[in-house]
Design a protein around this ligand. Structure first.
Ligand SMILES: Cc1ncc(COP(=O)(O)O)c(C=O)c1O
Length: 357
């Protein structure tokens, strides 16, 4: 029996998308590749409604989290930690041998714009790192409101991790003043892992040109220049995955980005209503519940590994809580190509297993 993957990444990949990878190999130096890659860049710009530079890195998002720091941070970065992935991003600042400070809130709380304003007022920072959707806690941080604050600081690079949000939650890159934003494709793009879609503003590109020690594999300047010169990438790309993203971008354009975002909202509503009705409760602070991943409290201490064993037989899989939230919460990733109908089916199966009806 097939199984629907309700993990908050990797998420369900449809068979036709998997099959799109299976095409004859081509050289990444030549016309055929250039046409493929240029098509992908142009479609990504249409899907994301942006005129900024687009790069598809052959890497999961962690590589680009590191790359963003290496390319953008000149003197000092400001991190914003509200869960495991945002904590990791700030940790990379030190690991890249750069200086920085961090705003930290309790897991489950959101980063508020005034917290950022307070810090940026000091004039100490040239880059801020914000996680749009914190996948470990299910918090969607208020990026549009943070973008309003950022208008007061035009010299600061606004970098956003949209790993579990891009093409699942609203994203207005230029309107919100975002300079770098990226997402690995095993989340809302519903593709096999291995690529990271990255959007870089002119301001971030100009900044990168002035930063020393950008490294090689994630050098934004090298990627943008190579694309402008030849529509190619500096190093060997994952051509089979590019076939898949090319196919999937067409599917997303056909579906319509607004419809896709609406579908994610519907799926999150189904999860949230279930959690409330069954008296589990949502883990994150009210008002910041994610449209792509629901982190649900587990007050009765149900075993999630046991649940998954039984769900498996019914054709589903979900995820346990992340890190320190393991066993006290569980996570439903309702993203990508999954549908509201399938989400309802999942909760019916959970009800049946736990005898909740
Ligand atoms: C919000 C967020 N940021 C970063 C990452 C790391 O991305 P990757 O596993 O693609 O390197 C993840 C992975 O789940 C994530 O959810």
């Amino acid at each position: 029996m097939g199984r629907l993957l309700f993990n908050p990444g990797p998420t369900e990949v449809r068979e036709e998308v998997l099959k799109a990878q299976v095409k004859p190999m081509i050289s990444h130096r030549g016309k055929e590749f250039q046409t493929l890659y240029e098509g992908i860049i142009e479609k990504t710009k249409r899907v994301l409604n942006t005129k900024n530079h687009v790069v598809i890195f052959t890497s999961s998002a962690t590589g680009v989290m590191e790359g963003t720091i290496r390319n953008c941070v000149k003197e000092r970065a400001l991190g914003t930690a509200c869960g495991s992935f945002s904590e990791r991003w700030f940790k990379l600042v030190g690991e890249c041998d750069k200086e920085g400070d961090v705003i930290s809130v309790e897991w489950g709380q959101a980063i508020k714009p005034e917290m950022i304003d307070e810090k940026l007022k000091t004039g100490k920072y040239d880059t801020i790192l914000v996680t749009y959707n914190e996948t470990s806690t299910g918090v969607l941080n208020p990026i549009p409101e943070i973008g309003e604050v950022m208008k007061k600081y035009p010299d600061v690079i606004f970098a956003v991790d949209a790993v579990s949000a891009m093409v699942g939650a609203p994203l207005k890159i230029e309107e919100w003043g975002i300079d770098v934003v990226f997402a690995s494709v095993q989340k809302c793009f519903a593709l096999p892992p291995g690529l990271t879609v990255t959007v870089i503003s002119e301001k971030a590109y100009e900044r990168a040109k002035t930063v020393k020690g950008r490294g090689h594999y994630f050098d934004f300047v090298a990627y943008i220049k190579k694309y402008e010169e030849s529509k190619e990438t500096p190093a060997t790309p994952a051509v089979s995955l590019l076939y898949a993203i090319d196919f999937q971008l067409d599917r997303i354009l056909n579906e319509g980005i607004e419809n896709r975002i609406k579908k994610h909202q519907e799926m999150s509503k189904i999860s949230q209503e279930w959690a409330i009705k069954r008296e589990f409760g949502m883990f994150p602070e009210k008002g910041y519940w994610s449209p792509t991943v629901s982190v649900i409290n587990n007050p009765k201490g149900y075993s999630i590994p046991d649940l998954n064993k039984q769900l498996e037989a019914k054709g589903y899989r979900i995820a346990n809580g992340y890190g320190k939230l393991k066993d006290i919460t569980f996570r439903i990733g309702h993203m990508g190509d999954l549908t509201p109908q399938e989400t309802k089916g999942l909760f019916e199966a959970i009800d049946e297993i736990w005898g909740l009806k």
